[in-house]
Design a protein around this ligand. Structure first.
Ligand code: BG6
Ligand code: MG
Length: 219
């Protein structure tokens, strides 16, 4: 049987860092006098740091110098890193280790495909770094989701074709990236938001071994 590639997004899929991104962006937006809602935050999920700040400035109708732009990205990341530095294994989302361990025991290829430049730090903090056969993150790609580059690169590293690759994603941009890549997309989160995914689950507790076995077997 052909080995499949299971590629995981990080933020909001493996760990609940989406809330920290939200808090850090909100305080930055508010410091610029820009209102920032959870609906807007939804549009930033899966989106790179640069693109996120561009959108926030657009929403606030603000233009700033390139220098200020770079500074603001650093300010956001510093606040975000302060949250990250306190993270531990308790912040791994429920049943993620179970699914990872099952895939590894079934000899499947396991990869990470994240937009974040902080992905490696976070995986180390929650002691999951060694579970991945490849890690592709924001430091390895030039095009942000919904561009499929991050997932294509992960599949290539794993030596698995795109049609034999399965992506777990919590963001609209990420589902779109997986679909464009010709991969099977599995949404983790809200059915209404992630309706373009091939399969949708609220969280990993709903992902049973029978379902994974089917994905492994399917041609
Ligand atoms: C994604 C998050 O995983 O990474 C986004 O969903 C975030 O919210 C993006 O902006 C980039 O992350 P970082 O850690 O490089 O700022
Ligand atoms: Mg995510």
């Amino acid at each position: 049987m052909m080995r499949k590639a299971f590629i995981f997004d990080l933020d909001g899929v493996i760990v609940d860092t989406a809330k920290y991104h939200f808090l850090a962006w909100k305080s930055l937006a508010n410091s610029l006098g820009i209102h920032f809602t959870t609906e807007q935050n939804e549009q930033l999920k899966g989106v790179s740091r640069i693109q996120s700040l561009k959108k926030i400035l657009e929403w606030g109708n603000k233009t700033i110098s390139e220098k200020e732009f770079t500074q603001l990205m650093a300010v956001k990341n510093e606040e975000y890193l302060a949250y990250i530095s306190k993270m531990g294994v308790n912040e791994i989302l429920q049943d993620v280790p179970r699914v990872l361990d099952y895939l590894i025991s079934e000899k499947q290829a396991v990869g990470l495909g994240s937009a974040s430049k902080n992905a490696r730090i976070i995986l180390k903090r929650v002691s999951l770094y060694d579970r991945f056969d490849t890690i592709v993150d924001g430091t390895n790609v030039s095009k942000a989701k919904p561009d499929p580059e991050v997932f294509l690169l992960a599949a290539k590293d794993l030596g698995v074709s795109t049609k034999n690759s399965i992506v777990f994603e919590d963001s609209v941009a990420g589902i779109e990236a997986a679909n464009t890549a010709g991969m099977i997309s599995i949404g983790i989160g809200d059915k209404k938001i992630l309706h373009k995914a091939d399969y949708i689950f609220t969280d990993f507790t709903e992902i049973k071994e029978e379902f994974i076995n089917q994905l492994i077997k399917n041609d």
